[in-house]
Design a protein around this ligand. Structure first.
Ligand code: CTP
Ligand code: MG
Length: 576
């Protein structure tokens, strides 16, 4: 429906955009700009899955090949969108989204292999765009039309850019918003994750026509950063309606009596399929002894590290729970991002699993704290028990191994409940107050005797001797932070205290005399930047009070992590 002038304007804007090199900080979205329409988790996942059904991923020579690719793809269907990204080694890729799923079938039917005798002839939505034959190349060179399709690009800021943006912000709260907006998983990141899941789904579809490979964890719960890993669960069959009337039944192999052994055997086979047959999948590792057996692999074409499991539905419902809590108040995600980044910057978290706290546990700490604000201005978040009591008939979910994951799914109804049940006015504290409150709250929290429970939003006496106990909200009796050692808990406690003290001494506002953004950038570190850089500043003998936690030796009572050696060797985050 677009006319020629508007198309020309778009092309011009596109060219201007390409010429414009200095990246801009994302706008710091405020409360009143936050989206009012709430998409349910299931609808969000369904719509992302449909995007993946309609998409292919094409490796191209360079960005210049994009218009040629657009023209080529348009012969097979209507192209809805094109998204370009590159990976180290000057590898360029374009994710092409068609209007219809059938367009993908058409283009895949018309695709081939470079040399069928030398490759495993697997069909997948991962392709590459080879150079045209010589005769066609000449025609293309002489009449190459500009690509009128708006090309989305993957813009993730460098550490230096992010620092400059935060230094140039107007307030501490804005710094937190900028951090969130600049580092969270973007649209292309989500698309690539769902397409990566689709590859596995397509690979086993012949055996299991109803198969679903669902992303969970930070890729879908709204707490994911740009390069987060991809947690996947393969569900071989979907819950179906009553089939007792069917006269024809499938012949099928009998399941082993030991369900765990069965899953391990299937995972082993799946690991072989991923390793031997699927394009782009490398570094396949089978971690089958963990409580939840997983296959780790790297998808080289999307640049994503994947953890594939089976029968882990409670983790999917956990992602849904986190998604709903993130959606229910605009301050939740920025705060979680600030805390997770802080932990990463000062070395509390580590990308490899081990005895340290995970991002997931940190997220639960923030959510618990936000349930606790009742002593101040009222809670920001409801307790899980409240969410369970508000569940409607359509919210009932029980996993195949009996874990009850029933809670309210309608975010708008949950928000209405929070607003109407507030004793006075709903909590309106800004991000600065909430983040400072977070560090104060955990500085005085007694981790040695108390556990965190999101179910009733209160701390409870620890049920065992784990150094850090965060009760799994859905699987009662499990400790999410069972992997965290005594030393790491001690470090965590000290870092909370250090940061709370430090927040009393660092500047929380930019230098008022600096008028322009560049003047603000040049000004001494302040706010969030100071928080992240505290250890380095302390090391240089600057004027900030900071006790490096590493130097504080914790009493060694007993190395509890050895009790969970199986988990440490496997994937601690999935095995607690
Ligand atoms: N999970 C869980 N119980 C645990 C550990 C994890 O239910 N003890 C679920 C959560 O839904 C979590 C997901 O598994 O979000 C993935 O775990 P993990 O990858 O460790 O955390 P993420 O939230 O994905 O964070 P990150 O960005 O660090 O991957
Ligand atoms: Mg994850």
């Amino acid at each position: 429906n677009r006319n020629i002038p508007s198309l020309l304007i778009e092309v011009l804007e596109q060219k201007l955009y390409l010429c414009y090199t200095e990246p801009k900080p994302p706008p710091a979205t405020h409360e009143n700009q936050a989206a009012t329409y709430k998409v349910s988790f299931e609808n969000m996942v369904e719509s992302r899955r449909n995007e993946a059904f309609r998409s292919i991923l094409v490796q191209v020579q360079s960005e210049q090949s994009c218009s040629d690719l657009h023209k080529y793809c348009s012969q097979y269907g209507e192209v809805k969108g094109m998204h370009h990204y590159s990976l180290p080694g000057s590898l360029h890729f374009v994710l092409v989204e068609f209007m219809h799923k059938s367009d993908v079938d058409h283009i895949l039917n018309a695709s081939s292999y470079i040399n069928k005798k030398e490759v495993v002839p697997v069909r997948s939505p991962f392709l590459w765009f080879r150079a045209p034959k010589k005769s066609l190349q000449q025609t293309l060179n002489s009449s190459q039309p500009p690509c009128l399709m708006e090309m989305n690009r993957n813009n993730t800021p460098t550490a230096a850019e992010l620092r400059n943006w935060m230094q140039g912000a107007d307030s501490f709260s804005d710094q937190i918003l900028i951090l969130h907006r600049a580092t969270s998983l973007n649209d292309l990141g989500s698309r690539l994750r769902f397409l990566t899941a689709r590859q596995i789904e397509l690979a086993v579809m012949g055996l299991f026509p109803q198969v679903t490979v669902l992303p969970f964890g930070s890729s879908v719960n709204g707490f994911g950063k740009a390069a987060c890993d991809l947690d996947l669960v393969l569900l071989a069959d979907r819950e179906t309606t009553d089939t007792s009337d069917c006269r024809l039944v499938f012949h099928a192999k009998t399941l082993l009596t030991n369900g765990r052994t069965q899953v391990q055997r299937h995972m082993e086979t799946l690991g072989d399929v991923v390793q031997l047959l699927l394009p782009g999948c490398s570094h396949v590792r089978r971690i089958l002894q963990a409580r939840v057996p997983i296959i780790k692999y790297h998808q080289d074409l999307t640049g994503i590290e994947c953890d594939l499991s089976m029968t882990n539905m409670s983790a999917v419902y956990m992602s849904e729970l986190l998604y709903i809590l993130g959606e229910s108040d605009w301050r939740v995600r920025p705060l979680v991002f600030a805390v997770r980044r802080w932990a990463r910057e000062i070395g509390l978290t580590n990308p490899t699993p081990g005895r340290w706290i995970t991002n997931f546990s940190l997220t639960l700490l923030v959510l618990f704290y936000l349930q606790q604000r009742s002593k101040h201005q009222g809670p920001v978040l409801p307790t899980l028990n409240t969410m369970i009591s508000l569940a409607g008939s359509g919210d009932r979910r029980v996993t195949s191994d009996g874990v009850n994951c029933t809670f309210i799914r309608d975010v708008s109804r949950l928000c209405q409940h929070m607003a109407s049940s507030a004793r006075t006015l709903p909590n309106r504290e800004n991000l600065e107050t909430l983040l400072i409150g977070f560090f104060e709250f955990y500085s005085s929290f007694d981790f040695s005797t108390h556990a965190i429970s999101l179910n009733n939003g209160m701390s409870v006496p620890k049920p065992d001797h784990s150094p850090l106990y965060i009760a799994n909200p859905l699987e009662r009796g499990l400790n999410v932070s069972k992997n965290v050692s005594h030393d790491e808990t001690e470090r965590l406690r000290i870092e909370f205290r250090n940061t709370a003290w430090m927040l009393e001494s660092v500047a929380l506002t930019p230098d008022k005399s600096s008028v322009t953004a560049s003047q603000k950038k040049a000004h001494e570190v302040w706010g969030l930047t100071a928080l992240f850089e505290a250890p380095q500043i302390a090391a240089k003998g600057r004027n900030i009070f900071y006790i490096p936690a590493r130097k504080v030796s914790a009493p060694r009572i007993m190395d509890v992590s050895e009790l969970f050696q199986e988990n440490i060797e496997g994937d601690t985050s999935k095995s607690t």
